[in-house]
Write a protein of this length. Structure first.
Length: 130
């Protein structure tokens, strides 16, 4: 199921500080960068270069929310394809097969994902697609 919404992406950190999540995502140059891991939740930034994708996968134990920040991507969830761009989001329920790709041939696609529960080690980073 995909839902579009306008949002102010300002997230609270564990020390009570704040950061501009949209700006952090736009500034991110890494394929995958775990920005924040908290109790039961995680924020991961992604930058998919031209031709890059996140291969089809599923998360049996959690929900994933994907939010567009810059550029255009496609998300295939349970056999349906959705466009992902700011200010849209796509919800991936536990166990749903999904695939994310950069839909542009000339620009990097940037988005962030909120996982509940966390899926990656705290501080994990991949410079480019593994």
């Amino acid at each position: 199921m995909a839902r579009a919404l306008a949002y102010a992406a300002l997230a609270k950190t564990s020390d009570g500080g704040t950061f501009d999540l949209n700006q952090e995502t736009k500034d991110n140059e890494h394929y995958r960068h775990v920005l924040y891991t908290g109790n039961g939740i995680q924020i991961v930034l992604y930058a998919l270069a031209v031709g890059e994708d996140i291969p089809e996968e599923d998360h049996e134990d959690g929900t994933q929310l994907l939010f567009g920040a810059k550029g255009l991507g496609t998300v295939r969830v349970a056999g349906r394809t959705y466009a992902l761009r700011k200010p849209h989001m796509v919800i991936v329920e536990p166990g749903q097969r999904h695939h994310v790709s950069n839909a542009r041939q000339d620009k990097t696609f940037k988005f962030y994902s909120i996982y509940a529960p966390p899926q990656w080690a705290e501080g994990h980073m991949d410079e480019r697609q593994p």
